[in-house]
Structure formats: C-alpha cells, structure tokens
Design a protein around this ligand. Structure first.
Ligand code: AMP
Length: 536
C-alpha cells in the first residue's frame, strides 16, 4: 500500500511567508552600535528579506551560490538568514572572532561569491580582503556611516530592489553553512539543508526542549555566526516570537538592560556569558527587574551545577543543552522527566547539569572498547549520534570521512555515560581525558566542582606528563576579583567529592584561562604551557 499524503517540501520560504502573513505585527528589536534600539516588525522583515533575495538575484546569484555574512546579531542578519536561502543561495556566516587569516581561509574554502558586512566590521574585513575573491561586497550602514564607493549599500539595494523571483526549492537543497570553531586543526565546513533546518526548528521549539512560543520574547546572545545562533532565529520566526538582538553589545550590563527593557522571556548563550551576568546580578541584586522565570538556554560547554543553582536564587531558569556544529547544533536538552518523580533540590540540580535527553529523531549511543556501553550511568564511551540534522560529511574534505562510522553514525569525540532514563552526561572530550596510572579521570567533573567554590570564578583541569603516573591532573584556577585562596584549601574542598587519585596534584592561580572564539576552554594551549611542570 502507498500513502496518500502530499509530498510537501520542508523549505524556509514557507517559514518566511508564514512569518510575514501570520505574525506581521510581531516585533524585531536590535541594539545598534550607538546603543539605541532599532525597531522593526515581521512585516518589515518579510518585505526586506524578499527584497534582499531579489537584489542578490539581480547581482547574479545562482542556485547553490554561497553568500557570506560578517555581521553581529541584528535585523539585517535575520533578513540574510531568510533572503539568501529563499533566493536559492547558501548563507555562510563567518565567525568574526577568528583570526583574520582563518576567516579568509574559510571564505575561500567555501567558495563564497558575495559578502554582506556590517559597516563597523569593515576594518576587520580589510585585514583579510587581500586573500579573498568576493565578487560583490554589500555593506550594512548600521552605524549610519557612509558606505565606501567601491561597495554596494545594503539599504540602497533593498530600497531599489523588487521581491525575489520564487525558486522551486527542494528540501535537500543547501540553505546554510558554518565552519567548526575547533580547538585544534583547520576549521571544517558543515552544509545545512532546508529540510535539516526546518526539522531542527520544529524539534527544538517543542515544550520540553527549548519551548519556543509566539508569546515569547527571544534574545539570542549566542552569535548568529555560531551554528545559526543555535537555530534560534529560524525557530523564533517559525513560531512568530518577538525577537530581541543585542548587536555588538554583549557585556552583562547591556544584556541585563536589554532583557529588562524588552521583557525577554527566553535567551541563549555560552556559559561565559552567564558567569558575567551572574556576577553583575550578585553585585547589584536590586538593579534589574527581569521577567520572573526567564529561561536561559546554555550550551557549547559544560554548565556547572553551581551556576544552575545560583540563577535559581534569582528566579532565572537555566536550560542546559548540548550540541555541535555538525548537529545543527541541538541534540540534547536536560529537563526532569515526570517518571523520575519528586526529587530533592540537589538531585534535580545534578540532573539539570547533565547534557540531557535526545530530541525526537536524534539517536545516541556510547561506544566503548567492547562495543556499545550499557545505559547504566557509569559505563563510558564515545558519544555517537545520527538524525536528520546531523551532518553526513564535511564540505570538500574527504580526508575527514573517518569521523563517521561504517554503519552511519557521527563520532562526536565526546566521552559520555548514558543512564537508564536516557540522560547523557559528558565526562570529557576524548583528547582531554586524563590518564593516571591506567585510570581515567574526568577533567569536566573536576572543573564543575571547582567553580562551585565561593572564591573560584573559572577553572580548567588538564593532564600533565608525570614520570610515575603517566599523567596527573593540574588545575588552573581564576579567582573572583579581590579573593585569595590556597592550593590546600581547594584540595580540601574537592576531597569529599572525588576518589583520592582524582584530586589535582597542582593548583596554579592564573589571571585568565584561554578560550576559543565560542567560549570553549583552550586546553591545548594550557597543556603546552604546563608540559614541563616540575612535580617535585
Ligand atoms: P562546536 O561545534 O564548536 O559547537 O563544539 C561542539 C563541542 O562543544 C561538543 O562536541 C562538546 O565537546 C562541547 N559542548 C557543547 N555543548 C556542551 C555542553 N552542554 N556540555 C559540555 N560540552 C559541550
């Protein structure tokens, strides 16, 4: 028997039309470089995204052509998110925090034809332009500055353009691409399809995961150049939510002001952002009136239990999720399943600090040396995943095909346990696990515990070569402003929580811990710094 259902493509033009028709009055607020707020509605967004698509088509955009963006989070970037793929192009968001040479390499590797760039980022573009081959540069006059004559002015293009000529899009057509931020090696490109973005948006929007509603005011702090801001702009447009964009102002005070002014109910970003916000709130607890229960989606790096509890005290709700560039990115979100019943606050916080349970259509397994590890919460293995928004290859990089297993699973490189209820907990990246006397030590667990100490702001634990034990853990610790602490004090604090051989043999107090452009600890750099550590 055959089904009698329509073969209806899952494409972003549907989302754009829906947004324009059903939610024309929903608001889009953007913080500009001069800190003023720019206000648009979905009706503006719909009209301008179509005009951008039309303008690109007039400039010669062909199906499958890459259009790069070098932009902060704001209304024009949102227009590119839809205008480019709906005109048949591929939106390639460049990570402006990378080294200019890397940005140039990535733009060339992707074969980008066009570039849309914020006027305030032109100085950055100048640093790598000599090595790139963009045919047309379109400048968004965000700061109101005049656009150099050799470039197209984004606003002028939109004003004189006609709406895009509809393209018969296939759901498997490429719609966007993003390069991994990578803590080692050259960045690798992942190409998203219309279908993968649509399905990712539908799944993340569901109540138990991100729970995105038309009634939400959604503020993606995570950059739109980092895995599509975790898909939030696509999801919010699909649901008709108010969108609030922080532009280039990502410091805690500006964000808190924005949350308060625009009554934000749902926001998203990496842990470093929230650590800053927490410090600002603790310093001036009465300064801001935020929407009670505001949800903060946190991912990209492990979220310490102490952070979750600290925000609970301000009636702000951390939603911990896990993802990767290769998984669009969201694959896991932690929420307390009803079957687990009532539990004490401690147990609930520990559960929420796990990376979470898989979204529908996202399958997981932990592979150990002896095959698939049981879901018992203690057996460790490499997390392998598959699903309709998981990459099947890298763009133009056949040498990396070993990242996929012969039976079609993607190897994440994360070491995890999975418990009987399906909660995945990351213990480490494969390359960060510490091996001491033949036993594994989880650096992530030690770090999460250390930041629970009242004096500790940040911590990174690495394995350092040791003549007797192969490796021993060393903790690099940043103390909170004005605090002092001793190694003994921190060791004593950890002692009740861990086996004795897990406790770091050295604590080094540092001013800052190196991080990648997307907030991950740069352990390779730390390992290099401490490789000749004298254990005597
Ligand atoms: P990226 O592709 O740059 O987003 O990096 C993906 C990697 O970030 C994952 O493989 C994890 O190692 C790490 N990561 C992402 N989310 C989390 C999380 N919630 N907890 C711990 N690590 C995470």
């Amino acid at each position: 028997m055959r089904s009698t259902m329509m073969n209806f493509p899952l494409t972003l033009d549907h989302v754009l039309e829906r947004a324009g028709r059903l939610f024309a009055k929903s608001e889009i607020i953007s913080r500009l470089p001069d800190r003023t707020l720019h206000r648009h509605t979905y009706a503006d967004f719909h009209r301008r995204a179509r005009a951008l698509g039309g303008a690109l088509q007039k400039l010669g955009l062909q199906r499958g052509d890459r259009v790069a963006t070098l932009m902060w989070n704001h209304y024009a970037h949102l227009e590119a998110y839809f205008g480019v793929p709906c005109a048949g192009g591929v939106l390639h968001t460049l990570n402006l925090r990378l080294h200019p040479d890397d940005i140039g390499y990535i733009a060339n590797h992707a074969g980008d034809r066009f570039l849309i760039v914020d006027d305030v980022l032109l100085p950055l573009y100048d640093k790598f332009r000599a090595h790139t081959k963009f045919e047309t540069i379109i400048v968004v006059p965000l700061a109101g500055s005049s656009v150099p004559a050799e470039y197209e002015n984004y606003e002028a293009l939109i004003a004189r353009s006609t709406p895009l000529t509809p393209v018969a899009l296939d759901e498997d057509d490429p719609a966007g691409m993003c390069y991994t931020s990578g803590t080692t090696g050259r960045p690798k490109g992942v190409v998203y399809s219309h279908r993968s973005i649509v399905l990712h948006s539908l799944a993340t929007a569901t109540t138990d995961y991100m729970g995105v509603s038309h009634a939400d005011a959604v503020c993606p702090v995570v950059p739109m150049f980092h895995v599509n801001a975790w898909g939030v702009p696509f999801t919010a447009a699909m649901m008709g939510s108010k969108m609030v964009f922080p532009g280039p102002h990502l410091d805690a005070v500006n964000l808190l002001d924005l949350y308060q002014a625009e009554r934000v109910t749902l926001t998203a970003g990496v842990p470093t952002i929230w650590m800053g916000i927490l410090q600002a709130l603790e310093k001036e607890p009465a300064r801001w009136r935020l929407v009670p229960g505001m949800r903060m989606v946190v991912g990209g790096a492990a979220v310490p239990e102490s952070l979750i509890r600290a925000f609970d005290r301000f009636n702000l709700h951390v939603v911990h999720g896990w993802g990767m560039t290769e998984t669009s990115p969201v694959g896991l979100v932690s929420f307390a399943k009803r079957e687990l019943g009532a539990m004490p606050d401690d147990a609930r916080a520990a559960l929420r600090a796990k990376q979470g349970v898989p979204l529908p259509f996202f399958e997981v397994r932990a592979m150990g040396a002896a095959g698939e590890a049981p879901w018992d919460g203690t057996s460790m293995g490499e997390l392998q995943v598959r699903g309709p928004w998981v990459a099947a290859s890298y763009h133009d990089l056949d040498a990396e095909s070993g990242q996929w297993t012969p039976d079609g699973w993607f190897r994440t490189g994360d070491i995890v346990t999975i418990d009987a209820a399906g909660y995945v907990k990351i213990t480490d990246r494969i390359k960060d696990l510490i091996k001491s006397g033949g036993e594994w030590i989880s650096s992530v667990d030690l770090e999460n515990a250390l930041v629970g100490h009242a004096k500790v702001a940040e911590a990174a634990v690495i394995g350092v070569p040791h003549p007797r034990w192969d490796e021993r853990p060393l903790a690099a610790v940043v103390l909170k402003p004005g605090m002092t602490a001793t190694a003994e004090e921190l060791r004593e604090y950890l002692a009740p929580k861990f086996a004795k051989f897990w406790l770091p043999d050295a604590f080094v107090f540092v001013d800052a811990i190196p991080r990648t452009s997307t907030g991950k600890l740069l352990k390779a750099q730390l390992r290099e710094q401490f490789q000749n550590w004298d254990w005597e």
